[in-house]
Design a protein around this ligand. Structure first.
Ligand code: PLP
Length: 395
Protein backbone atom coordinates (compact mmCIF):
# COMPACT_ATOMS: atom_id res chain seq x y z
CA UNK A 1 0.00 0.00 0.00
CA UNK A 2 1.34 3.44 -0.81
CA UNK A 3 1.65 6.19 1.78
CA UNK A 4 2.56 5.56 5.36
CA UNK A 5 1.05 3.08 7.75
CA UNK A 6 -0.95 4.60 10.64
CA UNK A 7 0.23 2.91 13.82
CA UNK A 8 -2.40 3.96 16.34
CA UNK A 9 -2.07 1.20 18.88
CA UNK A 10 -1.39 2.39 22.44
CA UNK A 11 2.24 1.35 22.21
CA UNK A 12 4.64 0.63 20.77
CA UNK A 13 4.18 4.12 19.36
CA UNK A 14 5.58 5.89 16.31
CA UNK A 15 9.30 6.55 16.67
CA UNK A 16 10.22 10.06 15.49
CA UNK A 17 12.81 10.34 12.71
CA UNK A 18 15.06 12.27 15.07
CA UNK A 19 15.17 9.33 17.46
CA UNK A 20 15.69 6.84 14.63
CA UNK A 21 18.61 8.93 13.33
CA UNK A 22 20.10 9.22 16.81
CA UNK A 23 20.05 5.41 17.09
CA UNK A 24 21.66 4.93 13.69
CA UNK A 25 25.19 4.82 15.09
CA UNK A 26 28.08 2.40 14.83
CA UNK A 27 28.53 0.05 17.76
CA UNK A 28 30.88 1.41 20.42
CA UNK A 29 32.80 -0.22 23.24
CA UNK A 30 30.34 -0.43 26.12
CA UNK A 31 33.28 -0.38 28.52
CA UNK A 32 34.94 2.67 26.98
CA UNK A 33 34.82 6.41 27.78
CA UNK A 34 32.43 7.32 24.94
CA UNK A 35 29.84 4.93 26.33
CA UNK A 36 30.30 6.20 29.89
CA UNK A 37 29.59 9.76 28.74
CA UNK A 38 26.39 8.62 27.00
CA UNK A 39 25.27 6.56 29.99
CA UNK A 40 25.85 9.31 32.54
CA UNK A 41 23.88 11.70 30.35
CA UNK A 42 20.97 9.30 30.00
CA UNK A 43 20.95 8.21 33.65
CA UNK A 44 20.64 11.80 34.84
CA UNK A 45 18.25 12.77 32.02
CA UNK A 46 15.77 9.98 32.71
CA UNK A 47 15.40 11.20 36.30
CA UNK A 48 13.98 14.46 34.96
CA UNK A 49 11.23 12.51 33.18
CA UNK A 50 10.29 10.40 36.22
CA UNK A 51 10.75 13.58 38.29
CA UNK A 52 13.02 11.95 40.83
CA UNK A 53 16.38 12.47 42.47
CA UNK A 54 16.73 8.75 43.24
CA UNK A 55 18.44 6.24 40.96
CA UNK A 56 16.47 5.00 37.95
CA UNK A 57 17.52 1.49 36.95
CA UNK A 58 17.45 0.87 33.19
CA UNK A 59 17.14 -2.71 31.96
CA UNK A 60 17.43 -4.19 28.52
CA UNK A 61 13.93 -5.64 28.90
CA UNK A 62 10.29 -5.13 28.13
CA UNK A 63 7.96 -3.56 30.69
CA UNK A 64 7.10 -7.01 32.03
CA UNK A 65 10.73 -7.47 33.02
CA UNK A 66 10.65 -4.16 34.87
CA UNK A 67 7.47 -5.33 36.70
CA UNK A 68 9.36 -8.40 37.90
CA UNK A 69 12.39 -6.32 38.89
CA UNK A 70 10.20 -4.06 41.05
CA UNK A 71 8.83 -7.06 42.96
CA UNK A 72 11.94 -9.18 43.40
CA UNK A 73 14.07 -6.26 44.56
CA UNK A 74 11.77 -4.98 47.28
CA UNK A 75 9.73 -7.94 48.57
CA UNK A 76 10.15 -11.49 49.86
CA UNK A 77 8.26 -14.72 49.12
CA UNK A 78 4.84 -14.87 50.87
CA UNK A 79 4.74 -11.14 51.55
CA UNK A 80 1.22 -9.68 51.39
CA UNK A 81 0.53 -7.07 48.71
CA UNK A 82 -2.59 -5.10 47.81
CA UNK A 83 -3.58 -4.85 44.14
CA UNK A 84 -6.63 -3.64 42.21
CA UNK A 85 -8.39 -5.15 39.22
CA UNK A 86 -8.45 -2.15 36.91
CA UNK A 87 -8.00 -4.15 33.71
CA UNK A 88 -5.80 -6.59 31.83
CA UNK A 89 -2.43 -5.21 32.86
CA UNK A 90 -3.27 -5.06 36.56
CA UNK A 91 -4.46 -8.68 36.20
CA UNK A 92 -1.22 -9.73 34.50
CA UNK A 93 0.90 -8.04 37.16
CA UNK A 94 -1.13 -9.86 39.78
CA UNK A 95 -0.54 -13.21 38.02
CA UNK A 96 3.17 -12.48 38.02
CA UNK A 97 3.11 -11.59 41.72
CA UNK A 98 1.32 -14.85 42.55
CA UNK A 99 3.68 -16.91 40.41
CA UNK A 100 6.57 -15.41 42.32
CA UNK A 101 4.98 -16.53 45.58
CA UNK A 102 3.50 -13.27 46.84
CA UNK A 103 0.23 -13.29 48.72
CA UNK A 104 -1.98 -10.98 46.68
CA UNK A 105 -5.17 -9.37 47.95
CA UNK A 106 -6.75 -8.48 44.61
CA UNK A 107 -9.60 -6.01 44.96
CA UNK A 108 -12.15 -6.88 42.24
CA UNK A 109 -13.07 -4.22 39.72
CA UNK A 110 -15.39 -3.77 36.74
CA UNK A 111 -12.68 -2.59 34.27
CA UNK A 112 -14.58 0.71 33.99
CA UNK A 113 -13.05 2.41 37.00
CA UNK A 114 -9.58 3.05 38.33
CA UNK A 115 -8.31 2.41 41.83
CA UNK A 116 -10.65 3.85 44.46
CA UNK A 117 -8.49 5.75 46.98
CA UNK A 118 -11.14 5.30 49.70
CA UNK A 119 -10.94 1.54 49.22
CA UNK A 120 -7.15 1.74 49.58
CA UNK A 121 -7.61 3.59 52.87
CA UNK A 122 -10.26 1.13 54.13
CA UNK A 123 -8.16 -1.95 53.36
CA UNK A 124 -5.01 -0.50 54.88
CA UNK A 125 -6.76 0.86 57.96
CA UNK A 126 -7.99 -2.70 58.68
CA UNK A 127 -4.42 -3.99 58.47
CA UNK A 128 -3.33 -2.96 61.96
CA UNK A 129 -0.45 -5.46 61.95
CA UNK A 130 0.94 -3.92 58.76
CA UNK A 131 0.94 -7.21 56.89
CA UNK A 132 0.77 -5.48 53.52
CA UNK A 133 4.27 -4.74 52.33
CA UNK A 134 3.22 -3.00 49.12
CA UNK A 135 0.31 -1.38 47.32
CA UNK A 136 0.59 -1.88 43.56
CA UNK A 137 -1.28 0.33 41.14
CA UNK A 138 -1.35 0.66 37.35
CA UNK A 139 -1.43 4.38 36.57
CA UNK A 140 -2.84 4.24 33.04
CA UNK A 141 -4.56 0.92 32.34
CA UNK A 142 -3.78 0.49 28.66
CA UNK A 143 -6.56 -2.06 28.24
CA UNK A 144 -9.34 0.28 29.37
CA UNK A 145 -8.06 3.83 28.85
CA UNK A 146 -8.40 4.60 32.55
CA UNK A 147 -5.89 6.62 34.57
CA UNK A 148 -6.02 6.01 38.30
CA UNK A 149 -5.55 8.95 40.67
CA UNK A 150 -2.18 7.97 42.03
CA UNK A 151 -1.71 11.13 44.05
CA UNK A 152 -4.99 10.38 45.87
CA UNK A 153 -3.88 6.79 46.44
CA UNK A 154 -0.75 8.14 48.12
CA UNK A 155 -2.88 10.42 50.30
CA UNK A 156 -5.08 7.44 51.23
CA UNK A 157 -2.05 5.39 52.33
CA UNK A 158 -0.88 8.33 54.43
CA UNK A 159 -4.33 8.79 55.99
CA UNK A 160 -4.29 5.13 57.00
CA UNK A 161 -0.82 5.68 58.48
CA UNK A 162 0.39 2.55 56.72
CA UNK A 163 4.06 1.89 55.91
CA UNK A 164 3.48 -0.20 52.74
CA UNK A 165 5.56 0.63 49.69
CA UNK A 166 3.67 2.24 46.81
CA UNK A 167 4.58 0.77 43.43
CA UNK A 168 3.16 2.25 40.27
CA UNK A 169 3.15 1.00 36.68
CA UNK A 170 3.54 4.19 34.64
CA UNK A 171 4.30 2.37 31.39
CA UNK A 172 1.43 4.05 29.51
CA UNK A 173 1.62 7.44 31.20
CA UNK A 174 5.29 8.36 31.51
CA UNK A 175 6.10 11.18 29.11
CA UNK A 176 2.41 11.64 28.22
CA UNK A 177 0.51 12.35 31.44
CA UNK A 178 1.73 14.34 34.45
CA UNK A 179 3.71 12.03 36.69
CA UNK A 180 5.88 12.96 39.69
CA UNK A 181 7.72 10.09 41.34
CA UNK A 182 9.24 12.04 44.26
CA UNK A 183 6.53 14.61 44.88
CA UNK A 184 3.80 11.94 44.91
CA UNK A 185 5.81 9.72 47.27
CA UNK A 186 6.11 6.72 44.95
CA UNK A 187 8.58 4.04 45.99
CA UNK A 188 8.98 2.20 42.70
CA UNK A 189 7.78 3.41 39.32
CA UNK A 190 7.86 0.90 36.49
CA UNK A 191 8.36 2.29 32.97
CA UNK A 192 8.93 1.09 29.43
CA UNK A 193 10.54 2.67 26.38
CA UNK A 194 7.85 2.09 23.77
CA UNK A 195 5.10 4.56 24.69
CA UNK A 196 5.46 8.21 25.73
CA UNK A 197 9.25 7.95 25.45
CA UNK A 198 8.79 7.39 21.70
CA UNK A 199 11.37 4.61 21.45
CA UNK A 200 11.14 1.09 20.12
CA UNK A 201 10.33 -1.59 22.70
CA UNK A 202 13.32 -2.89 24.61
CA UNK A 203 14.06 -0.78 27.70
CA UNK A 204 12.43 -1.27 31.09
CA UNK A 205 12.78 1.15 34.01
CA UNK A 206 12.54 1.08 37.79
CA UNK A 207 12.59 4.47 39.46
CA UNK A 208 13.48 3.89 43.10
CA UNK A 209 13.15 5.72 46.42
CA UNK A 210 15.18 5.75 49.60
CA UNK A 211 12.52 3.56 51.23
CA UNK A 212 12.52 1.13 48.29
CA UNK A 213 16.31 0.91 48.37
CA UNK A 214 16.18 0.18 52.11
CA UNK A 215 13.52 -2.49 51.51
CA UNK A 216 15.76 -4.02 48.87
CA UNK A 217 18.41 -4.68 51.54
CA UNK A 218 15.89 -6.91 53.35
CA UNK A 219 14.39 -8.58 50.25
CA UNK A 220 14.77 -12.36 50.24
CA UNK A 221 13.73 -13.04 46.64
CA UNK A 222 16.31 -14.88 44.55
CA UNK A 223 17.52 -12.57 41.81
CA UNK A 224 20.55 -12.00 39.69
CA UNK A 225 19.97 -10.13 36.42
CA UNK A 226 17.36 -7.87 38.04
CA UNK A 227 19.42 -7.01 41.14
CA UNK A 228 19.32 -3.22 41.49
CA UNK A 229 22.48 -2.94 43.53
CA UNK A 230 25.02 -4.28 41.06
CA UNK A 231 23.52 -2.09 38.37
CA UNK A 232 23.29 1.08 40.46
CA UNK A 233 26.85 0.57 41.60
CA UNK A 234 28.17 0.08 38.02
CA UNK A 235 26.03 3.02 36.81
CA UNK A 236 27.94 5.39 39.11
CA UNK A 237 30.84 5.38 36.65
CA UNK A 238 28.59 5.10 33.57
CA UNK A 239 28.57 1.34 33.04
CA UNK A 240 26.39 -1.76 33.43
CA UNK A 241 27.49 -5.11 34.85
CA UNK A 242 26.56 -6.66 31.48
CA UNK A 243 26.17 -5.55 27.87
CA UNK A 244 23.69 -2.66 27.80
CA UNK A 245 21.38 -1.77 24.94
CA UNK A 246 23.71 0.91 23.59
CA UNK A 247 21.73 2.08 20.59
CA UNK A 248 18.52 2.30 22.58
CA UNK A 249 20.37 4.58 24.96
CA UNK A 250 21.32 6.86 22.04
CA UNK A 251 17.63 6.97 21.22
CA UNK A 252 16.66 7.63 24.82
CA UNK A 253 19.07 10.57 25.04
CA UNK A 254 17.35 12.06 22.00
CA UNK A 255 13.81 11.44 23.20
CA UNK A 256 14.56 13.02 26.59
CA UNK A 257 15.94 16.06 24.74
CA UNK A 258 12.79 16.25 22.59
CA UNK A 259 10.49 16.07 25.61
CA UNK A 260 12.37 18.93 27.27
CA UNK A 261 12.50 21.04 24.12
CA UNK A 262 8.72 20.90 23.94
CA UNK A 263 8.54 21.19 27.75
CA UNK A 264 6.82 18.57 29.90
CA UNK A 265 3.79 20.81 30.68
CA UNK A 266 3.28 21.36 26.93
CA UNK A 267 3.65 17.63 26.27
CA UNK A 268 0.96 16.87 28.87
CA UNK A 269 -1.30 19.61 27.49
CA UNK A 270 -0.92 18.21 23.97
CA UNK A 271 -1.91 14.75 25.17
CA UNK A 272 -4.83 16.22 27.13
CA UNK A 273 -6.12 17.97 23.98
CA UNK A 274 -5.82 14.82 21.91
CA UNK A 275 -7.48 12.72 24.60
CA UNK A 276 -10.35 15.17 24.82
CA UNK A 277 -10.74 15.42 21.03
CA UNK A 278 -10.83 11.63 20.78
CA UNK A 279 -13.50 11.39 23.49
CA UNK A 280 -15.58 14.00 21.67
CA UNK A 281 -15.31 11.90 18.53
CA UNK A 282 -16.52 8.84 20.44
CA UNK A 283 -19.41 10.88 21.79
CA UNK A 284 -20.17 12.15 18.25
CA UNK A 285 -20.16 8.58 16.91
CA UNK A 286 -22.70 7.65 19.63
CA UNK A 287 -20.33 4.95 20.81
CA UNK A 288 -19.44 4.27 24.40
CA UNK A 289 -16.22 4.90 26.28
CA UNK A 290 -14.99 2.02 28.40
CA UNK A 291 -13.93 4.55 31.06
CA UNK A 292 -16.94 5.44 33.19
CA UNK A 293 -15.57 8.29 35.34
CA UNK A 294 -14.48 11.54 33.65
CA UNK A 295 -11.89 12.06 36.42
CA UNK A 296 -10.16 8.92 35.18
CA UNK A 297 -10.18 9.44 31.40
CA UNK A 298 -6.76 8.62 30.04
CA UNK A 299 -5.03 11.14 27.81
CA UNK A 300 -2.82 8.52 26.18
CA UNK A 301 -5.31 5.82 25.13
CA UNK A 302 -9.06 5.59 24.59
CA UNK A 303 -10.94 2.29 24.70
CA UNK A 304 -14.20 2.35 22.75
CA UNK A 305 -17.01 -0.17 23.08
CA UNK A 306 -18.81 -1.21 19.89
CA UNK A 307 -22.56 -1.99 19.75
CA UNK A 308 -23.60 -5.51 20.80
CA UNK A 309 -24.26 -6.64 17.24
CA UNK A 310 -20.82 -5.56 16.01
CA UNK A 311 -17.38 -7.06 16.53
CA UNK A 312 -14.52 -4.70 17.32
CA UNK A 313 -11.91 -7.00 15.81
CA UNK A 314 -13.82 -7.20 12.51
CA UNK A 315 -13.88 -3.40 12.49
CA UNK A 316 -10.13 -3.24 13.18
CA UNK A 317 -9.42 -5.81 10.47
CA UNK A 318 -11.46 -3.87 7.91
CA UNK A 319 -9.69 -0.61 8.81
CA UNK A 320 -6.29 -2.29 8.51
CA UNK A 321 -7.12 -3.82 5.15
CA UNK A 322 -8.78 -0.77 3.58
CA UNK A 323 -6.91 2.11 5.18
CA UNK A 324 -3.66 0.61 6.44
CA UNK A 325 -4.24 1.69 10.03
CA UNK A 326 -3.54 -0.46 13.11
CA UNK A 327 -5.79 0.11 16.12
CA UNK A 328 -5.46 -1.60 19.50
CA UNK A 329 -7.38 -4.81 20.00
CA UNK A 330 -9.72 -5.39 22.94
CA UNK A 331 -7.75 -7.25 25.62
CA UNK A 332 -8.97 -9.93 28.01
CA UNK A 333 -12.67 -9.60 28.72
CA UNK A 334 -12.90 -6.75 26.17
CA UNK A 335 -11.86 -8.99 23.24
CA UNK A 336 -14.21 -8.33 20.33
CA UNK A 337 -16.16 -5.81 22.43
CA UNK A 338 -13.81 -2.83 22.33
CA UNK A 339 -11.02 -1.34 20.27
CA UNK A 340 -8.44 1.16 21.41
CA UNK A 341 -6.98 4.30 19.88
CA UNK A 342 -3.47 5.18 21.02
CA UNK A 343 -2.96 8.97 20.96
CA UNK A 344 0.36 9.19 22.71
CA UNK A 345 3.97 9.84 21.91
CA UNK A 346 5.08 11.54 18.72
CA UNK A 347 1.67 12.78 17.63
CA UNK A 348 -0.09 15.91 16.34
CA UNK A 349 -3.49 17.29 15.35
CA UNK A 350 -3.40 16.08 11.76
CA UNK A 351 -2.28 12.58 12.76
CA UNK A 352 -5.24 12.49 15.16
CA UNK A 353 -7.60 13.83 12.49
CA UNK A 354 -6.40 11.12 10.07
CA UNK A 355 -6.82 8.48 12.75
CA UNK A 356 -10.36 9.54 13.57
CA UNK A 357 -11.27 9.72 9.87
CA UNK A 358 -9.97 6.17 9.45
CA UNK A 359 -12.18 4.98 12.30
CA UNK A 360 -15.23 6.78 10.93
CA UNK A 361 -14.66 5.36 7.43
CA UNK A 362 -14.31 1.93 9.05
CA UNK A 363 -17.65 2.37 10.83
CA UNK A 364 -19.14 3.27 7.44
CA UNK A 365 -17.85 0.26 5.57
CA UNK A 366 -18.83 -2.08 8.41
CA UNK A 367 -22.30 -0.48 8.46
CA UNK A 368 -22.07 0.25 12.18
CA UNK A 369 -24.56 3.06 12.81
CA UNK A 370 -22.79 6.21 13.97
CA UNK A 371 -22.86 9.99 14.07
CA UNK A 372 -20.22 12.42 12.84
CA UNK A 373 -17.52 12.05 15.48
CA UNK A 374 -14.85 13.52 13.23
CA UNK A 375 -16.64 16.88 13.03
CA UNK A 376 -17.06 16.94 16.80
CA UNK A 377 -13.33 16.36 17.25
CA UNK A 378 -12.31 18.91 14.62
CA UNK A 379 -14.59 21.55 16.11
CA UNK A 380 -12.83 21.02 19.42
CA UNK A 381 -9.33 20.98 17.91
CA UNK A 382 -9.89 24.25 16.07
CA UNK A 383 -11.60 26.02 18.98
CA UNK A 384 -9.20 28.68 20.32
CA UNK A 385 -11.04 29.31 23.60
CA UNK A 386 -9.21 28.35 26.79
CA UNK A 387 -12.23 26.44 28.12
CA UNK A 388 -11.64 23.79 25.50
CA UNK A 389 -10.21 21.34 28.04
CA UNK A 390 -13.28 21.31 30.27
CA UNK A 391 -14.25 17.66 30.88
CA UNK A 392 -16.66 16.39 28.24
CA UNK A 393 -19.33 15.53 30.79
CA UNK A 394 -19.70 19.16 31.82
CA UNK A 395 -18.93 20.78 28.46
N1 PLP B 1 1.84 -2.43 31.91
C1 PLP B 1 1.15 -1.67 31.04
C2 PLP B 1 0.26 -0.59 31.58
C3 PLP B 1 1.28 -1.90 29.68
O1 PLP B 1 0.59 -1.14 28.82
C4 PLP B 1 2.12 -2.93 29.21
C5 PLP B 1 2.25 -3.19 27.78
O2 PLP B 1 1.60 -2.62 26.95
C6 PLP B 1 2.82 -3.69 30.15
C7 PLP B 1 2.64 -3.40 31.48
C8 PLP B 1 3.71 -4.79 29.73
O3 PLP B 1 4.83 -4.26 29.06
P1 PLP B 1 5.60 -5.08 27.95
O4 PLP B 1 4.60 -5.54 26.95
O5 PLP B 1 6.61 -4.10 27.42
O6 PLP B 1 6.26 -6.23 28.63
Amino acid sequence: MSGRHFLQIPGPTNVPDRVLRAMDMPTIDHRGPEFAALALDVLSGIKTIFRTESPVVIYASSGTGAWEAALVNTLSPRDHVLMFETGQFASLWRTMAERLGLNVEFVPGDWRHGVDPDEVERRLARDSKHEFKAVMVVHTETSTGITSRVRDVRAAIDRAGHPALLMVDAISSLGSIDYRHDEWGIDVTVGGSQKGLMLPPGLGFNATSKKALEASQRSRFTKSYWNWHEIISANKSGFWPYTPSTNMLYGLRESIAMLHEEGLPAVFERHARHGEATRRAVHGWNLELQAADPREYSNSVTAIVVPDNANADDLRAAILERYDMSLGTGLGRLAGRAFRIGHLGNFNDLMLAGTLCGVQMGLDIMRIPHGDGVSAALTFLTDPTPARLAPMATA
